[in-house]
Design a protein around this ligand. Structure first.
Ligand code: 2AL
Length: 244
């Protein structure tokens, strides 16, 4: 089984980290391919970044379909381009925010999200609403860290994130904490050990969900609004996205 993880930002140190953490949790016969698209923002922390990450994601889906990939994970907490990617893919496509929030809803009655910049909190709330997870989401907390600070060993990011998770644990009456950035995947176990509360990383949950769906023979439905996109011309920079 081949699962392709698309880190929609172009920071390969993060992509390698994501691929490594995902490889630790899959079965022996599951191959993980972690990529960043050839085009896109270095980090994603706004609606603007999200929109500009989507063509790169869709290009990686196209390449994956040609290479016989069985399932995909979109490894960015805003789940950018998720439904467009599902239209273009045969197999399942899972976003890390939807995976993490659903996992949290299965193990407790409430979770808080701990994410990067304040400005991304609205994106997380919007997703919680869209996925029917608002009932479980107690709070979305920002660490005031930008995404790329997670890649700098001297940035004190771990300490700052642990302290925000501690606040969530003490103040929000939650059963778990959802990490709000794919770049936090490597910190999950250490935070959980330090605080003694369930900490959920969407990358590992999404990859296990994708693996399970493939194992069960479940694919993306093509009978309704996730059918393959219609064939038509696309122009300018999007010329190569024409299907047909
Ligand atoms: C993210 C993420 O997961 N990767 C990225 O570049 N931006 N989301 C976030 N809220 O920081």
């Amino acid at each position: 089984m081949k699962i392709k993880i698309i880190n929609p930002n172009t920071t390969w140190s993060m992509t390698r980290k994501i691929g490594h953490c995902a490889s630790q949790v899959v079965a022996a016969g599951t191959e993980i391919v972690a990529v960043s698209p050839a085009m896109g923002p270095a980090s994603i922390e706004s609606h603007y970044d999200e929109a500009l990450s989507v063509p790169g994601i869709l290009d990686e889906i196209r390449l994956g379909e040609e290479a016989g990939v069985d399932a995909y994970v979109i490894a960015c907490f805003g789940d950018p381009g998720l439904y467009a990617a599902r239209e273009a893919a045969r197999g399942p496509v899972i976003g890390i925010a939807e995976a993490a929030m659903h996992a949290a809803s299965l193990i407790g009655s409430g979770f808080s999200v701990v994410t990067t910049l304040e400005r991304t909190c609205g994106i997380a709330w919007h997703l919680a609403e869209m996925y029917g997870m608002q009932r479980f989401c107690r709070k979305v907390r920002a660490c005031k860290l930008n995404v790329l600070e997670l890649e700098h060993s001297g940035s004190d990011a771990y300490r700052i994130i642990v302290e925000e998770c501690r606040q969530a644990m003490e103040q929000d009456k939650v059963d778990s904490i959802v990490l709000g950035c794919a770049g936090m995947t490597d910190l999950c176990k250490a935070i959980e050990d330090e605080l003694g509360i369930a900490v959920i990383d969407g990358v590992t949950v999404a990859v296990k969900l994708a693996e399970s769906l493939v194992h069960l023979g479940l694919k993306t439905g093509k009978r309704g609004d996730l059918a393959y996109p219609l064939s038509k011309p696309y122009s300018g920079l999007l010329e190569n996205f024409s299907r047909g």
